[in-house]
Each structure stands twice: as structure tokens, then as C-alpha cells.
Design a protein. Structure first.
Length: 403
């Protein structure tokens, strides 16, 4: 297919991909409607439009390089603050309900896969992706998509369905603390305190509040990039070794090979250990999350390239049902454990949000609601989700694949 920019025009394609990512981030932080859509989805849509208009090609070596290099580098950058000791110490009660809420995601993935296995081909792929993203965030979806070899079509359809559902789910989570039924059933001390004192909300978009300017030095940038390259290089070598020496043939060995032979699992583990052991160093490196998030936006532009309107119309609806089952199960499990263990309503809503949306959306909800005491804990829990999301995704994906 003839396009305005040819597949071998590397510089032009990188210019388009990075421009799409930058514009999407700007829109997300500038306009509330864009913040609800999310920058990742905007990047996907812009790339989809350009490819359908034949401005950029559907397939090109540049896109392969994004899969091979950009995505693995983004993961350690987003885990620089994954200090497990700090997460456990400072998140308190919220961490407990967050982990219990995550069990709802796993249960939902198995339920959805059992119900729709005859409708969705290779259902273990979206199961792994959705388990990852509904435990951590988009970075986990990206990692699982690459780990299980999901095609651009299924990834695009899954992302569209996922974000359509998340938009609805966030409205539900925001609405629940205002509904008399839940206010009567669960304790809500922070809400009560806010009603007595009164709280004013900022006029910024949720994304602009979360991504406020930070001090970043040249040494920070150099350290982030160099450390990430080293982690990916070492992790790839370790994963290659285990994938060759661990035999396959039954569910147990296949699962072990899938875990230890998965470079994303090794990347996650090594980064988590380093961030915990050398928390003073990693915690002070400014800019890691920002750079990593920008790289993820580039990836979402790439997965939007092969998308077509017919694909979204034909595949996204059933995947929307698939995602809805997982998210609904997550919410039910969260509310049940919250009731049994007497958690506050605020803690449960942020735990569910941190699982499904990640630290950005859960922090935004805490800010919007004026739950200041829970902002840092929910960010820490969401960050932990980046770590365990890959474990959960690989585990669920391999088990369902074994079915």
C-alpha cells in the first residue's frame, strides 16, 4: 500500500510517533475531555487515523524497534520508586485491601475466560493483558502483549474496550461514595470530616495535577537511561538462559519456563530489588516515571497503526464484555472483603481504582475527593501494581493457555 511516508523513512516515522505521543500528553493535561479519554487512547486514535488515511504505513521496521527496545526500557523506569519496604510501611491498611482487591481481578479473569473461551480466540492473551493492566497499568498490558505474542489487532481492540470500560468504571467509583446505600453500609470517616471542614478543589485536570513539574537534572536523565539499559540487558540474558534450560511438557514446567524465561518478569524483579535495596538512590532520581510514561505513549501510537474501524466494531464489543466481567468481579470482591474486614469506603474505592487504573487515576481520585491522607498510600499501592501486575498476568495467561 502506497503511503505518504514510506516504511523505510525511519526519521519521518519516529518524528510522527514522538509527535503523536507529545500531543496526546498535552491534550490530556490541557482539557478535561482528553483527560477522560486518556493520552494513551488519544495516541492510539491519532495513529489509527493517520494509517487509515495512508499517511503512514501499516507495517515498518520502526514499529518493530518500538516493541523490541522502547517497551522494555520503559518498564524499569516506571519501577524506580517500587520500594517494597516503603510501600508496606507507608500504605498501611490501604495496601491490605488493595492486595485483596487484586484477587478479584484474578478471579474475574478466570470467570471471563471460562464464559467467553468459545467466542474469543486465544483468550489467554487478552486474559494476561487485562490481568496485568487491572493490577498495575498500561505498562503491564504492554508487557503481557509482548510476552504472549498478541497481535496489534487484538491489542488495539483490547485497549479500546479497556478504556471504554474504565471511563465508565471510574464514574462508578466516584459515584459510590456519594450514594446513601453505600454510606449506610460502610464507615467513611474522611468523607465525614470533609463535610464538616469543607474542601475546595483545584481547577486543573487530573493529569496536570499528577504530572506537576519536578526538578530533573542532566545526571538524573543520564542515570535513568543507563541503568534501564543495564537492567534490560542483564534481564534478557537471564531470561534467555532459563528459557533454554527449563524443559517444557506439562503445566508445571510450562508455567516455570514462562515465569523465569520471561524477560519482563526478570526486568520487574531486578528493578524491584534494586529500588528496595538502594531506595535512597533510586527514589531521588527525578524524571524516571515521566520518561517511562512518554515511551509508553509512543508504544500506544504504534499499536494504533494497524487498527481499522471494522476491527473495533467487530472485536471490541465482545472484549468490552470480557473486561466488564473482570472489573465487576474486582469491585464485588473489594466490597465483600471491605465489609468483612471493616475497611473504610474511601480505602476500598481507592484500592479498586489503583488496581484497575493504576497510581495516576487513583491519586487523581484522592485529590478530586479531597482525601489527602490517602494520596501517597494510593500512589504507593498503584506503584506496587506495576510490579505484581506482570507476575499476575504471566501466571493467569499461562494457566489459561494450559486449559
Amino acid at each position: 500500500m502506497i503511503t505518504l511516508i514510506s516504511a523505510d523513512n525511519i526519521w519521518a516515522l519516529w518524528a510522527v510517533l514522538t509527535a503523536i505521543a507529545a500531543i496526546s500528553i498535552w491534550l490530556e493535561q490541557k482539557y478535561k475531555w482528553a483527560g477522560k479519554v486518556t493520552g494513551c487512547v488519544l495516541a492510539l486514535i491519532f495513529a489509527m487515523i493517520l494509517s487509515n488515511l495512508r499517511v503512514i504505513p501499516v507495517d515498518a521496521p520502526t514499529y518493530d524497534n518500538v516493541w523490541s527496545y522502547v517497551v522494555p526500557l520503559a518498564i524499569p523506569m516506571l519501577l524506580f520508586n517500587a520500594n517494597v519496604k516503603k510501600i508496606w510501611r507507608e500504605s498501611g491498611r490501604l495496601l491490605v485491601i488493595y492486595l485483596l482487591s487484586g484477587l478479584g481481578t484474578i478471579a474475574g479473569a478466570f470467570i471471563a475466560s471460562s464464559l467467553l473461551k468459545n467466542v474469543i480466540p486465544e483468550i489467554y492473551k487478552p486474559a494476561a493483558m487485562m490481568t496485568g493492566t487491572y493490577t498495575g497499568g498500561s505498562v503491564n498490558l504492554v508487557a503481557m502483549a509482548d510476552a504472549f505474542g498478541a497481535t496489534g489487532d487484538i491489542v488495539t481492540a483490547s485497549v479500546v474496550a479497556d478504556n471504554l470500560l474504565m471511563a465508565l468504571y471510574f464514574f462508578v467509583l466516584i459515584a459510590i461514595p456519594t450514594m446513601n446505600f453505600f454510606l449506610k453500609k460502610y464507615p467513611h470517616p474522611i468523607i465525614d470530616q470533609i463535610e464538616k471542614e469543607g474542601v475546595s478543589e483545584e481547577g486543573k485536570t487530573r493529569a496536570a495535577q499528577f504530572w506537576s513539574p519536578k526538578n530533573v537534572s542532566l545526571l538524573n536523565i543520564a542515570s535513568i537511561i543507563a541503568i534501564s539499559f543495564v537492567i534490560v540487558a542483564v534481564s534478557s540474558a537471564i531470561a534467555d538462559f532459563f528459557s533454554k534450560v527449563i524443559p517444557t511438557g506439562n503445566l508445571g514446567l510450562d508455567l516455570l519456563n514462562g515465569l523465569l524465561g520471561n524477560k519482563y518478569m526478570i526486568i520487574t524483579t531486578i528493578t524491584m530489588l534494586l529500588a528496595t535495596k538502594f531506595s535512597g538512590f533510586f527514589g531521588k532520581i527525578g524524571g524516571a516515571q515521566e520518561i517511562g510514561t512518554f515511551l509508553i505513549h509512543i508504544f500506544f501510537a504504534v499499536i494504533g497503526v494497524p487498527a481499522s474501524i471494522s476491527l473495533i466494531v467487530t472485536k471490541s464489543p465482545i472484549l468490552l464484555v470480557f473486561c466488564a466481567i473482570i472489573v465487576f468481579t474486582n469491585l464485588v470482591v473489594t466490597l465483600l472483603f471491605g465489609k468483612l474486614l471493616k475497611f473504610n469506603l474511601e480505602e476500598m474505592m481507592l484500592a479498586a481504582n489503583a488496581n484497575v487504573g493504576g497510581p495516576t487515576t487513583s491519586a487523581a481520585m484522592a485529590i478530586a475527593k479531597g482525601w489527602d491522607k490517602l494520596i501517597i498510600p494510593t500512589i504507593l499501592c498503584g506503584t506496587l501494581g506495576y510490579v505484581i501486575g506482570n507476575y499476575y498476568g504471566v501466571l493467569v495467561g499461562n494457566i489459561i493457555k494450559g486449559w
